[in-house]
Design a binder for this molecule. Structure first.
Ligand code: TXA
Ligand code: MG
Length: 312
């Protein structure tokens, strides 16, 4: 069910859930000052309570209501990248419900860059918790249709069209030295350039980060991530007893392959859409030719690695 911004504002103020568009993926939103509504988010997603939520703010000024001891580096990042696909981890304000942060003393905040959601946040004049609007572990939604496929009429959606970035925000912790906890289309190099400091990327996080689960962002069908040099051989092998769909990055030798954009931003924008399509198609499995493991492809390869099953 699609609803207008006015209807969404009313539902959210009444403690109900609404799916909202952002530039990254659609979010399953609830009033961040309503404990029951927050609880509903966890239940609807089937999300473990130990996985904290991102608070979506109308603007940078609202940050001091949610975080405390905010370092100058947070404002530098906000100035350059907000509204935009960057989530900052900061010490949490004492007024924040513990369910949002999974009892931790840090909080994740971002100002999303989508005109409808910025309007909604301004009209509502509150912050929203919003995890990706998909059942826990599944592919994130990048269209209103994807959300409807997951939740039907249970969650009304504000339709903001296809997401312009297409994969989840970069998560940067500013608790200690700047560290990326989840890669996104804003890279370590871009952040380092703004901060004038090295920015490291956590390879495996001992923080409570579902994006760091081994299997996450995954279609229901098996997805195999294969290097270019092994592609033809693996496709022929799997094709012997399965129907196979192939997303190609550069190979031209695979019959009926789906050619992905060569530009990483275009690739990210279309990736989940293609995976949703293939997951709903009759194909038995999905093979993805791996893009290079280098900037600016790192976030894309990270999602594909998490979505992929080991080869049989
Ligand atoms: O692009 C996005 O970030 C999207 C859109 C809707 O804004 N949201 C999103 O939310 O991807 P979700 O819940 O699917 O992923 C949020 C990530 C999780 O990996 C969670 O563990 C991490 O943020 N996170 C939240 N609070 C945290 C905290 N205090 N410390 C470390 N990680 C945190
Ligand atoms: Mg998610």
């Amino acid at each position: 069910m699609l609803i207008t911004i006015q209807e969404a504002v009313k539902r959210l103020a009444d403690g109900k859930l609404v799916a909202i568009p952002t530039e990254t993926v659609y979010g399953l939103a609830a009033d961040a000052r309503n404990a029951k509504a927050i609880q509903k988010v966890f239940e609807t997603k089937g999300r473990p309570a130990k996985n904290p939520l991102i608070v979506h703010l109308p603007n940078t000024e609202a940050l001091s209501l949610w975080a405390t001891k905010i370092p100058e580096s947070a404002y530098q990042c906000a100035q350059h990248f907000w509204p935009g696909p960057l989530t900052l981890i900061l010490p949490k304000h004492p007024s924040v419900f513990p369910s949002i942060t999974a009892q931790q003393d840090t909080i994740a905040c971002r100002v999303p860059n989508h005109p409808l959601t910025l309007k909604l946040l301004a009209n509502l004049n509150r912050a929203l918790v919003a995890p990706s609007a998909n059942p826990y572990g599944y592919l994130s939604p990048t269209t209103a249709e994807h959300v409807e496929q997951c939740f039907g009429d249970e969650v009304p959606v504000v339709d903001g069209g296809a997401c312009s970035v297409g994969i989840e925000s970069t998560i940067l912790s500013l608790i200690d030295k700047p560290t990326i906890l989840r890669q996104g289309m804003i890279s370590a190099q871009q952040l380092s350039d703004i901060l004038g400091l090295p920015v490291t990327t956590a390879t495996h996080s001992d923080l409570l980060t579902p994006g760091s689960d081994l299997h996450h962002y995954a279609p229901h069908k098996p997805l195999y991530l294969v290097d270019t040099k092994d592609l033809s051989q693996q496709v022929s092998r799997l094709k012997k007893n399965k129907s196979v769909s192939v997303l190609c990055y550069q190979s031209t030798s695979i019959e009926n392959c789906i050619k992905m954009p060569i530009d990483p931003r275009e690739y990210a924008k279309t990736l989940y859409e293609k995976l949703h399509q293939l997951d709903a198609s009759p194909t038995d499995c999905i093979i993805v030719e791996s893009p290079p493991l280098e900037d600016p492809w790192l976030a894309i390869v990270d999602r594909l690695q998490r979505a992929s099953a080991p080869l049989p």
